[in-house]
Design a protein around this ligand. Structure first.
Ligand code: MG
Length: 367
């Protein structure tokens, strides 16, 4: 089997309320689906994370020519051709997001060709559903955030994550965190995500201030490259630190793990290089006594890929799940993901086990 074409299909969905975090946020969500076609008539689906114009250029103008003609079921050769041979030039960022999308789509094709779910290709599902945390409680008025957090707990989630840390919002952020903790009660795991906004002094001060609200983890307080800073903060606060969504490939995680910079490692399957790299990162993390908790903010295709990997790797914990409805998986998938009691079922169909509904695709089409 050979790859015959790779293209990007873009969907855009305006948001009822902007999703804000310490780095700005967004007023609409754009999804870059990557469709990989083969001479066997099997099509694979990936999800490219990043700027819409950039992802089209990278996937269609740069990567397409490198992968057409390759066997989509031979993932190691694909990796050699598109990453290892270009590593002197591009080792991260949007280029890796493009590779990740194609790598995921190739796993989808491989599973469909074998007639098995991707989890089977990865050694078999050890779990049929994965516990998730309700992520993407974005920065808004404190009382609104508290009410939304409580609604997630009512829906069955036992873990909730919030985004705070915008400049000038220090006092209000403490109020937000206090109100959310009061709304969800003492038994729900509560993650606090700074999206890399702080310097070391600010991260320490804020960490000390939120300690009384018992965060389950303190996420990306610092630059993703400040491994020593994360390690120092971890020691000083005695509070679990999570980071990794902005790191690429297993080599990108090695210095973080060697520095003892986190308790939870968060590779993103759509950014770090795809399923095989995420697996390598999760194995490396576990070998360092760090819990792999994959990052996931996707259309739903990335969620499906992450579910298959987590099902095959019992050492992984806590799927990041966007319960806001804006991920559009609910309306896009012919068979929507099943979420129950704070757990997401691992799809059982061939490949990723998700199919896009043409009517919804048409409705939100941008390109
Ligand atoms: Mg984050």
């Amino acid at each position: 089997m050979k790859i015959t074409d790779v293209r990007v299909v873009q969907l855009a969905r305006p948001l009822d309320r902007p999703q804000r975090n310490a780095q700005g946020g967004r007023a609409e969500r754009v999804f870059n689906f990557v469709v990989v076609e083969t001479d066997a008539g099997i099509t694979g689906l990936g999800d490219a994370f990043g700027d819409e114009a950039l992802m089209v250029a990278i996937v269609e103008r740069r990567l397409r020519g490198m992968v057409v003609g390759l066997d989509p079921t031979d993932i190691p050769t694909l990796w050699q051709r598109v990453f290892a041979s270009r590593a002197f030039w591009e080792i991260g960022g949007s280029f890796l997001c493009g590779i990740s999308a194609i790598e995921v789509a190739c796993h989808d094709i491989w599973g469909k060709a074998e007639g098995v779910p991707v989890s089977t290709l990865l050694g078999g599902a050890r779990r049929d559903r994965i516990e998730a945390y309700a992520s993407d409680l974005h920065w808004e008025e404190p009382e609104r955030m508290a009410a939304t957090a409580a609604s997630y707990v009512e829906r069955g989630f036992r873990y909730v994550k919030t985004h705070v840390g915008a400049a000038g919002e220090e006092a209000r952020d403490l109020e937000r965190i206090a109100r959310i903790r009061a709304a969800i009660g003492p038994d729900v795991g509560f993650m606090v995500d700074i999206n890399t906004a702080f310097d070391r002094a600010r991260a320490l001060e804020f960490g000390q201030a939120i300690a009384e609200f018992d965060p389950f983890w303190y996420e990306e307080p610092l630059s993703p490259l400040d491994h020593a800073g994360h390690a120092e903060l971890r020691r000083a606060l005695g509070m679990p630190i999570a980071t990794g969504e902005n790191l690429y490939t297993v080599h990108g995680f090695e210095p973080l793990l060697a520095a003892g910079g986190c308790d939870f490692a968060m590779p993103d399957i759509l950014r770090c290089g795809g399923i095989a790299q995420t697996r390598a990162i999760c194995e490396a993390a576990a070998a360092h006594g760090v819990v792999p908790t994959p990052h996931n903010f996707s259309s739903g295709v990335g969620t499906a890929a992450t579910l298959h990997l987590m099902a095959a790797m019992p050492e992984t914990r806590l799927l990041e799940y966007d319960p806001t409805g804006t991920a559009i998986a609910d309306e896009l998938f012919v068979e929507p993901l099943v979420v129950e009691d704070g757990h997401v079922a691992v799809p059982t169909g061939p490949g990723l086990g998700v199919r896009l509904d043409p009517v919804s695709m048409e409705r939100w089409a941008r390109r």
